[in-house]
Design a protein around this ligand. Structure first.
Ligand code: 5GP
Length: 209
């Protein structure tokens, strides 16, 4: 190989390594299994960062502040909105949810890829921003299975389950803005698919020299 070609190849590789991180946005109806799916993928790809959202929703039994969410009251959340601290935020099932702008921007600038598990309203806001984002939509194999999963989860009342099912229809109708669709029929397969999407996106050639 000539010296010239060798130098060109080295600078190409350095350029590829120096890229800012990518934002992997995972959405889907409540009960589609996004949280477990994301957790398992995070275990497989350790160098993938995860953004912990802020929420005004009451903490569920097994949830830990600072691990599952940052649980804050409505006043604090609204103050953060006014201070422009969110990359995106939305009201979902009557509660506020938002992504920390500072955390995501810092991690992306370091070159770290970040996984965001947010609803479709938030995904639309991310898509409008000039960030390298890849949108992935997770769906259950059927609405019947979604209802069964929500009932089995045991965290919501009958009325809340009906509300979540109604929202599922609205969310599914937004799925055309997403780059990828993962049907979560069987968890292992869905994990492999999400994993493959992330790894393939990391190999995408964005330099085009
Ligand atoms: P849950 O209360 O069941 O944990 O989440 C309810 C919904 O809020 C899910 O669809 C979840 O993806 C979404 N969500 C969680 N965090 C955020 C966030 O920071 N922003 C937005 N827009 N949605 C979020």
């Amino acid at each position: 190989m000539s010296d010239n070609l060798g130098q060109q190849l080295n600078s190409y590789i350095e350029g590829a390594k120096a890229k800012t991180g990518r934002l992997f946005v995972v959405s889907g109806p409540s009960g589609a299994g996004k949280t477990l799916l994301c957790k398992q993928v995070m275990e497989k790809i350790p160098e993938l960062g995860y953004s912990i959202s802020y929420t005004t929703r009451p903490r569920r039994k097994k949830e830990i502040h600072g691990k599952d969410y940052f649980f804050v009251d409505v006043d604090k959340f609204k103050q953060m909105m006014d201070d422009d601290l969110f990359l995106e935020w939305a009201q979902v099932y009557g509660n506020y949810y938002g992504t920390s702008k500072e955390f995501v921007k810092q991690e992306l600038a370091k070159g770290t890829d970040i996984l965001l598990e947010i609803d479709t309203q938030g995904a639309k806001q991310i898509k409008q921003q000039s960030l390298a984002s890849i949108l992935i939509f997770v769906v259950p194999p059927s609405m019947e299975i979604l209802e069964q999963r929500l009932q089995k989860r045991g965290t919501d009342s009958k009325e809340q389950i009906q509300g979540r099912l109604k929202s599922a229809f609205d969310e599914i109708s937004s799925c055309n803005i997403y780059d990828y669709l993962v049907i979560n029929k069987e968890l292992d397969r869905a994990v492999t698919e999400l994993n493959s999407i992330i790894l393939a996106e990391r190999c995408r050639n964005v330099l085009h020299i």
